[in-house]
Design a protein around this ligand. Structure first.
Ligand code: KG4
Ligand code: ZN
Length: 360
């Protein structure tokens, strides 16, 4: 009989995801229902609305994944579910449903840490990736640098003290009214800013200061950058004739300047982390690898900057494809597989497992 088949459920933010993944990392079936467009129209995620949508969609998403995989519950060894970090209201829906399935089908429950799952997905994508490795997670809700030491052991080197990169991109895009441009209306904030930046005729017109340059830690901050950009935006809005859609004429150059300073900041912090890692000998010299994941890792400009740093410092860069970088059920199921292989984190008595609003 087949062994090591895990069903994963993800509801930490605004995607209802489910996937069934086997011990070799084959995705047997998956389903994903994004709430993205609804939240875009609301100008951001309203937690009770996100919860309602998860509640409405969870059952269908899970059964869709099972149908695609063509498996029955008898084939499934455990059910993995994101329990932290995330929006508590959203997490609750996945948690309840995951536990419900475990009770009904007598399966062990695996509580999963969303950020660890992002990091470990790289091992499903690149089967040669071994512990320990350096990981940069940049998404709408998180920004962190860590050393992944084991399946269940991460050393946190730094995190954002304010906005996460995806969040900063989203706020910028909203403030610049990019979604009023028809071509951009369906894009996430990050995608919209990246596309606008790629059309800049003078990408260096706006120069912004790199944050935290003088600090010797690995933390991130983007609030200052956001305010610098905002200052220019307000000035332009006063000075020039704003276009009918509310967008300033120089928006592409402004996006390019913003994207450049975010990239330089990320590169600077990653470089610091690499220096720290080598000083403390946390990663063997022949294994130096940087994993970049999370929604903002889809940004090709950021990836290019990070590749340069990696080349300079002798690191291999592993960047899972966009589909695996953003939130989905696959990453949760795969984390379940990693735990299943080591026989850790499986609970048959799971009623007291709740959600935790802690950061990693
Ligand atoms: O990982 P993800 O799907 O959800 C979170 O856990 O946050 O990431 C979504 C975030 C959004 O903030 C989105 O704007 C950002 O990732 N993002 C990007 C790009 N594509 C998506 N940010 C920068 N550049 C992109 N190309
Ligand atoms: Zn995420």
């Amino acid at each position: 009989s087949k062994r090591g088949i895990i069903l994963g459920i993800e509801t930490s933010c605004d995607d209802t995801g489910c996937a069934i993944v086997d011990v070799e990392g084959n995705i047997l079936g998956e389903a994903l229902k994004s709430q993205h467009l609804i939240h875009l129209n609301n100008g951001g995620i309203i937690p009770p609305i996100a919860q309602d949508l998860h509640r409405k969609n969870i059952e269908h998403v899970v059964y869709e994944a099972i149908k695609v995989a063509n498996v029955s519950f008898a084939d499934i060894d455990a059910i993995a579910t994101t329990v932290k970090p995330g929006l508590p209201l959203s997490l609750l829906i996945g948690l309840r449903y995951g536990k419900h399935l475990c009770r009904e089908h007598k399966k062990p429950f695996m509580p999963i840490h969303h950020m660890e799952a992002h990091a470990l997905t790289a091992r499903m994508y690149d089967k040669n990736l071994q512990f320990p490795f350096l990981v940069l997670l940049i998404s709408g809700g998180h920004c962190l640098l860590a050393v992944a030491e084991k399946v269940d052991k991460f050393l946190l080197l730094g995190e954002s003290i304010d906005d996460a990169p995806g969040e900063a991109f989203d706020k910028m895009a909203r403030r610049m009214k990019l979604k009023n441009i028809p071509e951009y209306s369906q894009l996430s904030g990050g995608q919209a800013v990246e596309l606008a930046a790629s059309k800049a005729d003078d990408p260096l017109e706006y120069k912004f200061q790199i944050p935290l340059l003088q600090y010797k830690d690995c933390n991130f901050s983007l609030a200052g950058v956001k305010n610098q950009v905002l200052g220019h935006l307000i000035k332009e809005e006063r000075k020039k004739d704003v276009l009918a859609d509310g967008v300033i004429p120089g928006v592409n150059n402004l996006c390019a300047g913003f994207q450049l300073v975010v990239t330089r900041h990320l590169c600077h912090r990653v470089q610091r982390a690499m220096e720290y890692v080598s000083r403390k000998q946390l990663i063997p010299l022949d294994k130096k690898t940087l994993v970049v994941s999370g929604g903002a890792a889809c940004n090709n400009f950021i990836a290019k900057g990070l590749t340069i740093i990696c080349d300079e410092l002798g690191y291999k860069i592993v960047r899972p494809p966009p589909k695996l970088c953003t939130d989905n059920g696959v990453m949760i199921a795969w984390n379940g597989v990693e735990r299943w292989k080591e026989n850790i984190g499986m609970f048959t008595d799971f009623e007291d497992i709740g959600i935790e609003k802690s950061s990693p």
